[in-house]
Design a protein around this ligand. Structure first.
Ligand SMILES: [Fe+2]
Length: 420
C-alpha cells in the first residue's frame, strides 16, 4: 500500500512545475500529453484490478474506458493515439478527481486481506505500480519533446532550483577505459513468479535461460558529447559506410545532422534540456540518439553495440540494489565513481544490438493483460540500464526496455563493446 501511495503521489509531484496549458501538449503522435498519462495510469488500475476484483466498484465515468485505453484490444477499441492532445475535456481537475476516485477504491481493495484473489491482486497491483513508473519516465521524455517544439524553448524546471551541480568534482579522464569479460555459458533472464510482489520483474524478462558469450570488452563509461562531436565533424552523418541501410534511409528522409536537441548559438555548443537551453558539456554522455545513430557511431569508432546479454552479464556482476536516496537530476551527468562499469542506470538507456524478441519458453499471460509486452516483440531493439528520469528502484540488470531503432526522444545513449 505504501509503495502504491508513494508512486501515485510521485506522478502528481512531477506535475507541480507545469502550468495548466502544459497538460495538453502533444507535439507528435508518439508522445502523450501529461494529462493523458495521469488518466491512463488510473485506467490501468481501474481496468485490471477494480473492475474484475472489487464487486461494488462503480466507474466515475464509463466513457473513460475507451478514452484512456492505450493499446489493449482485449479491453476494446481506443481513442486515436495521435489525437490525445485534443482532449481538452475531461479537464485537468476532472482527471485529478478520477485519480482520487481510483485511489479510494484501490485502498479498499488492497485492505481486504481475505479476498479470495488476494495473490493475484497483489501481483497486479505491483504491475500497476511499475506501469505507472514507466509512464512517469514517459511523462518527462514526452514533455521534453513537446516543449522543444516551442521556439521559446521553455524550461520544465529551473536548474538552480533542482540542485543539479552539473559536472562532478572528480570527473574521470576523457580517455576511454575498457573492462574485459571472459564469456562462456552464462545465465540470463529471470523466472518471474506470479504472486510474489516483493520480487518484481516484467514478463518479458523471463524465463531464465542460458546463452553463450564469446569473450568481449565493454567501455567503462558512456560515449560523451565530445566523442560524438568528433563523429559529426568527421562527416559521420554524410558517410553511408557507417550506417545500416534502414538507418541511412532515415537520415536521408529526416535530414538528421546531429543528435536530437543539439543546437548552436553564436557558435557555442548548446542543447535543449528539461532545464531549458543549456551549454552542452563535453564530458556529459551524448543523449537522445536513435539506435541507428548509436550503431553508426560504434562502426565509426571501430567498435559495436553490446548484445543485451553481454550487458546483462556484466551488469549482474556488480549489481547492488538501487540506492535509497534519489538523485534529483533531469539530465545525464559526467561519469564518476569507482565501480567497474559506470553510468549503468542513472544517465542514459543504452542501445544494444539485440532485437526485442521473446526468450525461449516465453508465454504472455492470458487475457488482455498479456498484451502488456508480448505483442511488441517485432522490429524493435532492446535498451538496457536506465536513465536520469527513470524512477528510483525501477531498474535492474535484467530489465528489457525496447524502442524502434529510429526513435530518439527517450534518454538513450550508448556504451561501446568490442570482441576480444
Ligand atoms: Fe501504459
Amino acid at each position: 500500500m505504501a509503495h502504491y501511495r508513494r508512486t501515485r503521489d510521485d506522478s502528481l509531484l512531477a506535475c507541480e512545475p507545469l502550468c495548466i496549458e502544459d497538460y495538453g501538449l502533444q507535439a507528435e503522435a508518439f508522445t502523450s500529453p501529461p494529462k493523458w498519462h495521469l488518466a491512463h495510469t488510473s485506467w490501468f488500475f481501474e481496468t485490471f484490478l477494480l473492475k474484475p476484483f472489487l464487486p461494488d466498484y462503480r466507474p466515475l465515468d464509463e466513457r473513460y474506458e475507451f478514452l484512456f485505453n492505450s493499446y489493449y484490444n482485449g479491453v476494446g477499441t481506443q481513442f486515436s493515439r495521435a489525437q490525445r492532445g485534443l482532449l481538452s475535456r475531461p479537464t485537468v481537475a476532472e482527471i485529478r478527481q478520477y485519480r482520487a476516485h481510483v485511489d479510494r477504491a484501490m485502498e479498499v481493495l488492497l485492505s481486504d486481506g481475505d479476498h479470495p484473489q488476494r495473490a493475484t491482486i497483489l501481483a497486479r497491483s505491483r504491475l500497476g505500480v511499475e506501469h505507472e513508473q514507466q509512464h512517469q519516465e514517459l511523462f518527462y521524455t514526452d514533455l521534453k519533446y513537446s516543449l522543444f517544439a516551442n521556439p521559446l524553448l521553455p524550461a520544465y524546471r529551473d536548474a538552480a532550483a533542482a540542485g543539479d551541480a552539473g559536472a562532478p568534482v572528480h570527473a574521470l579522464s576523457s580517455k576511454l577505459q575498457w573492462r574485459e569479460y571472459g564469456g562462456g555459458l552464462v545465465r540470463v533472464g529471470r523466472d518471474v513468479e506470479q504472486g510474489d510482489p516483493g520480487d518484481f520483474a516484467f514478463d518479458n524478462e523471463g524465463p531464465a535461460n542460458t546463452v553463450f558469450l564469446a569473450p568481449f570488452t565493454l567501455a567503462r563509461t558512456l560515449v560523451t558529447n565530445a566523442q560524438f562531436q568528433e563523429f559529426v565533424e568527421d562527416g559521420g552523418y554524410r558517410r553511408p559506410e557507417f550506417w545500416l541501410a534502414d538507418g541511412w534511409a532515415v537520415v536521408q528522409e529526416l535530414q538528421w545532422q546531429q543528435p536530437l536537441y543539439w543546437l548552436e548559438r553564436d557558435g557555442a555548443p548548446m542543447h535543449f534540456t528539461l532545464y531549458g537551453l543549456q551549454h552542452r558539456e563535453s564530458s556529459q554522455p551524448v543523449c537522445h540518439l536513435s539506435g541507428y545513430e548509436a550503431d553508426a557511431y560504434a562502426s565509426w569508432a571501430g567498435a559495436r553495440l553490446p548484445t543485451e546479454f553481454e550487458w546483462e552479464h556484466a551488469a549482474s556482476e556488480q549489481w547492488v540494489h538501487a540506492p535509497t536516496v534519489a538523485v534529483d537530476k533531469l539530465h545525464p551527468a559526467t561519469a564518476a565513481g569507482e565501480e567497474p562499469l559506470l553510468q549503468l542506470y542513472d544517465d542514459c538507456w543504452q542501445w544494444t544490438g539485440s532485437a526485442y524478441r521473446p526468450y525461449p519458453g516465453f508465454q504472455p499471460a492470458p487475457g488482455a493483460i498479456g498484451e502488456y509486452n508480448g505483442k511488441f516483440m517485432a522490429n524493435q531493439w532492446v535498451l538496457r540500464g536506465g536513465s536520469c528520469v527513470t524512477p528510483q528502484g525501477h531498474t535492474r540488470p535484467g530489465y528489457r526496455n525496447f524502442f524502434y531503432p529510429q526513435d530518439r526522444w527517450q534518454f538513450s545513449g550508448l556504451r561501446l563493446a568490442r570482441d576480444i
